[in-house]
Design a protein around this ligand. Structure first.
Ligand code: ADP
Ligand code: ZN
Length: 722
């Protein structure tokens, strides 16, 4: 069997995600490999599929005992022979597993690193005497001091490498900066490792920040639209998790607290109930989540500011591992930033404290951001990203701009009058003519004092941020940043330029209701079937089938085995085991509502997005890479195609309305090209290109044309439906 066949028959997925196939091939060629892929990216298959193709045993080193059991359960459900060994098991259990290895009944063994102890230990000798085909090191950053979770036991793994010189190693992690990455390769002593660095982008997670005022009411509004969905709510303190869980329970939600101060039993019970969907919400400190592999977490809320972007990224990454649209909501106030400073201080270690303070400030910047949040996150991890992602609160509310020249002039002249010596809040108070004593008397005498009292504080904040973004003002670095003018300021003050500003946004409106094009009633019924099956097998529900799979069932209403096979997540074993149970419910539902199968709506390649059924594979692949944040030039190079071809691929999706033009070309440029198109004299795009010169490429012009096509159709259909 080929890797693809295994993927389809054993795991029930139609195609590999980016890089998975290349990684699997490298492993099959017995090369040492290093994989950096974000949480939910699909790391496990990178060693699970080779494990099934190799003759011998694959050992997976994993530090997280909870996760281990889960992964083994998930494999067994797919009919794959796997087991684990860790220190929580009795000797009998361990012997049983070792016996299975000896009789070659196992393909995969999950192993806790502390089991290996020393090379002299008999366990180490036993293990290394087996016929081993592959060693996979999960959470490989644990081997480095530079990582955020150093575990000394991991250092032993170099000995394992020495003992098994001809066995390929694959090291995998979801979080590692450059320093940690290098350290992993060194410490493991990998041989000419092939490195795969995937994008950190999680396109299905929508990033939202809300001002932390009336946060409980806002939270209720948010949860009210998500009653049937699972979510994690993070709080800073243990006490606040318990309080919030109580408050939510009083408000009618099934919410449980989780923190390290609770007794072990309660904690384990709460976690288990959450995993099994018996409780929808877990309100936790950051102690919760390590090793939680629940794939159907639909939202992660932060009531308080996390300490750094790494933690925030990892915690929000627990949402949407199944690829279904999910949300990350942060309640933010500057006051939290100040409060948190205490928490990142390391006593008697000024140097380390500085590092942590810087990280905290970067987290604060995220909360107060006036450009795409995804771009900020990706740039933080050294990754390029387009200006517009279309799936964060900033991008979603950035739509309306207006001529804000006068507002800009007011702000800039205030900064001038105040001699570029004060911070934003002072400037705003000054503009609004605040009576506060904080404003110096001599400033109150100035002519510009109070010229901006027609706007609210919040509105001014937005506009000043906007002006900073656009380079008309600059905010200095340091503890007390002040606003300064820039080279571009003079033109504004003299009235030589028009300044476009973004209208202040309406919060929580972007927290959309979620547009379902499947039947939610049926979905709930399918969930019940799944829960019963899961309980019967004593595994969490998402191990039976993911939410994404149930959504497909509820969307396409498959009617027979062949049709079930087309549903993502249904491998042969799962069809045999569970197919009938789901079929009964779907059939009853279809009879009741007089519905037939809709499987023909599903594009043969089983892409989730069925909007453009005619998109071919190569176009899709381009789109996939582009959405992961790769530049057109990079995609062209990687795929060995010309940039023009790549642009043509993208133009297809622009015309379908699947890809906003702003994600590809900056809006100023779009406007420029549109103008040129409007005034073009001759046919074809050559005259347009001639008019624009080197400012734009042919490809960009074609993309704008595709965008216009989309608008034409879109506007037309709006009119006709009125
Ligand atoms: P990671 O270990 O990188 O966090 P997992 O290996 O747990 O991620 O995979 C995340 C989810 O994505 C799992 O539910 C997995 O079954 C699913 N998945 C992985 N690869 C594919 C694929 N090629 N097609 C569809 N789903 C996939
Ligand atoms: Zn965005």
């Amino acid at each position: 069997m080929t890797p693809l066949q295994i993927l389809q028959t054993k795991f029930g997925y139609s195609g590999f995600r980016l890089e998975q196939e290349a990684i699997i091939n490298a492993v099959l060629q017995k090369k040492d490999t290093f994989v950096l892929m974000p949480t939910g990216g699909g790391k496990s298959l990178c060693y699970q599929i080779p494990a099934l193709l190799f003759d011998g045993l694959t050992i997976v080193i994993s530090p997280l005992i909870a996760l281990m059991k889960d992964q083994v359960d998930a494999l067994r459900v797919n009919g794959i022979e796997a087991a684990y060994l860790n220190s929580t098991q009795s000797f009998q259990e361990q012997d049983y597993v070792l016996g299975k290895i000896r009789s070659k009944e196992l393909k995969l063994l999950y192993l806790a690193p502390e089991k290996l102890l020393k090379p002299e230990s008999s366990f180490f000798k036993t293990i290394t005497s087996f016929d081993i085909s592959l060693i996979a090191i999960d959470e490989a950053h644990c081997i480095s001091h530079w990582g955020h979770d150093f575990r000394p036991e991991y250092l032993m793994l170099a000995q394992l490498k020495h003992a098994l010189p001809s066995v390929p190693f694959i090291a995998l992690t979801a979080t590692a900066d450059r320093l940690t990455r290098k350290d992993i390769l060194d410490k493991l002593e990998l041989k000419n490792p092939i490195t795969y660095l995937s994008s950190f982008n999680r396109p299905n997670i929508r990033y939202i920040v809300e001002p932390k005022r009336n946060s409980f009411e806002k939270l209720l509004t948010f949860l009210d639209k998500r009653k049937e969905e699972s979510g994690i709510i993070y709080c800073l303190s243990r006490a606040s998790t318990e309080r919030l869980a109580d408050d939510l329970t009083s408000a009618g939600y099934q919410a449980l607290a989780y923190h390290a101060g609770m007794d072990r039993e309660t904690r384990a019970r709460h976690q288990e109930m959450f995993l099994r969907d018996e409780a929808r919400i877990i309100v936790a400190t950051i102690a919760f989540g390590m090793g939680i592999d629940k794939s159907n977490v639909r939202y992660v809320v932060h009531m308080d500011l996390p300490k750094n972007i790494e933690s925030y990224y990892q915690e929000t990454g627990r949402a949407g591992r199944d690829g279904v649209d999910s949300e990350a909501l942060l309640f933010f106030t500057i006051a939290d930033l100040v409060k948190m400073k205490r928490f990142v201080e390391i006593e008697n270690n000024q140097e380390q404290t500085e590092v942590y303070l810087k990280k905290l400030n970067q987290m604060g910047t995220y909360g107060d951001l006036y450009y795409c949040r995804r771009k900020y996150l990706l740039n933080y991890f050294d990754e390029e990203a387009p200006d517009y992602c279309g799936n964060c609160d900033v991008c979603l509310t950035r739509l309306e701009t207006f001529d804000g020249t006068i507002i800009a002039q007011k702000a800039l002249s205030a900064v001038t009058r105040l001699n570029e010596r004060v911070g934003m809040i002072y400037v705003i108070d000054f503009l609004r003519g605040s009576k506060s004593e904080k404003i110096r008397e001599e400033h109150k005498q100035l002519k510009t004092f109070g010229i901006g009292n027609d706007l609210s504080k919040e509105a001014w904040k937005g506009f000043i941020h906007d002006l900073v973004q656009q380079g008309y003002l600059i905010k200095t670095d340091g503890m007390y940043p002040v606003l300064n003018l820039t080279d571009k300021s003079e033109d504004v003050l003299k009235g030589n330029v028009t300044v476009m500003l973004t209208k202040s946004k309406e919060h929580l409106d972007v927290v959309a209701d979620g547009v379902e094009n499947y039947d939610t009633d049926l979905f709930q019924k399918l969930k019940e079937v799944r829960r019963d099956l899961a309980n019967a097998e004593n595994v969490p529900a998402y191990i039976v089938l993911s939410d994404a799979t149930l959504i497909e069932l509820a969307t396409y209403l498959p009617h027979n085995k062949d049709e079930f096979r087309q549903i993502s997540g249904f491998g042969d074993i799962k069809i045999e085991k569970y197919g009938k149970h789901f079929w009964d419910v779907i059939a009853a539902y279809c009879r009741e509502h007089d519905l037939g199968s809709r499987i023909q709506l599903k594009s043969p390649k089983r892409q989730r997005n069925t909007k453009s059924e005619t998109a071919n594979d190569t176009q899709r692949q381009t789109l996939g890479m582009f959405k992961l944040g790769h530049a057109i030039s990079h995609i062209a190079e990687t795929r060995n195609l010309t940039m023009g071809t790549i642009e043509t691929h993208l133009a297809f999706f622009v015309q379908q309305g699947e890809l906003p033009i702003e994600q590809i070309i900056p809006s100023e440029k779009v406007i420029l090209i549109e103008k040129a198109l409007g005034t073009s004299t001759g046919p074809g795009i050559t005259p347009v290109k001639q008019q624009l010169g080197d400012a734009c490429s042919y490809g960009e012009i074609r993309l704008v044309i595709a965008h216009r096509e989309f608008l034409k159709e879109h506007v037309h259909s709006n009119v006709s439906s009125d």
